[in-house]
Ligand binder design. Sequence first.
Ligand code: SAM
Length: 226
Amino acid sequence: MIKLISKGINFLLGHQLRKKNIFLGNSLINLKRERKIDNNYLDYVRLSALELISYEINRKGLRGNTAELGVYKGKFARYINQYFPDRLLYLFDTFEGFDRRDIDRDIQMQFSAGKQDFSDTSVEGVLKIMPSPEKCVLVKGFFPESAKEIDDDFVFVSIDTDLYDPIYHGLNFFYPKLVDGGYLFVHDFNNDGYRGVRRAVEQFCEELQINFFPLPDSCGSAVIMK
Ligand SMILES: C[S@@+](CC[C@H](N)C(=O)[O-])C[C@H]1O[C@@H](n2cnc3c(N)ncnc32)[C@H](O)[C@@H]1O
C-alpha cells in the first residue's frame, strides 16, 4: 500500500516537474566512491560534470592551473576553486559587465542584443565566497587585452562570457595552453539567446579540426578535451 502511494506521489510530482522541463533521474547510482556535490547549486549536470572531471584530472596527476573567463559573482568559479584547492584559479572579468565593443559586434552579427547587465559585482565580493581565496589570481579588465601578461598551463578552463568575441578570443588564448588531458567548458552553447557562443565554438573547432561534446546542462555547454 505504502509503495503504491509513494509511486502515485512520484508520478504526480514528476508530471508537474516535466511540465516545467525539469527531469529527475538517478545519477551514477552504481558509483561506490563518495560524491562531493553541493545540493544548493541548481544546475546539477554542470556541477556534476565539473566534479567528475576534477576527479579524473586529479587522479591522473595532471599538472597545471585553472581559470574562468566570465566570472560575474563567482557562482560557478567557487566550485572550480573547491574541486582544485591546490591549484591557482585565474579569474578573468571586467567586473563591470559586458564591454561596448563586444556588444556592438554581437548586434552587428545578429547573435544577441547583449542587454544583460552584469555590472553589479566586485572583486571583493567574489573573493569572499571562494573556499581557497589565496589560490585566486584576479585579472580585472577587458579580455583579451587583460591577458597579455598571463602565461601558464591549464588543466581546466571555463569560458562563460556569453558574447561571440570574448569566446572566440578565449578559445584561441586558452586551448594552446591546455595540457594533454585537460578540459575546457564553454557555457551557453545551446542557448538561443546568445547565438554567438555556438558560432565561436564551431568556427574555432573547424579551424583547428578538433571536436567538442555538447553537455545537457541548463544552458548547454560545449566541452572540449585535449
Ligand atoms: C554570464 S556572466 C558569467 C557567469 C558566471 N560564470 C556564473 O556562472 O555565475 C558573463 C560575464 O562575462 C564577463 N565578460 C563578458 N565579456 C568580457 C570581456 N571581453 N572581458 C572580460 N569579461 C567579460 C561579464 O562582465 C560577465 O560578468
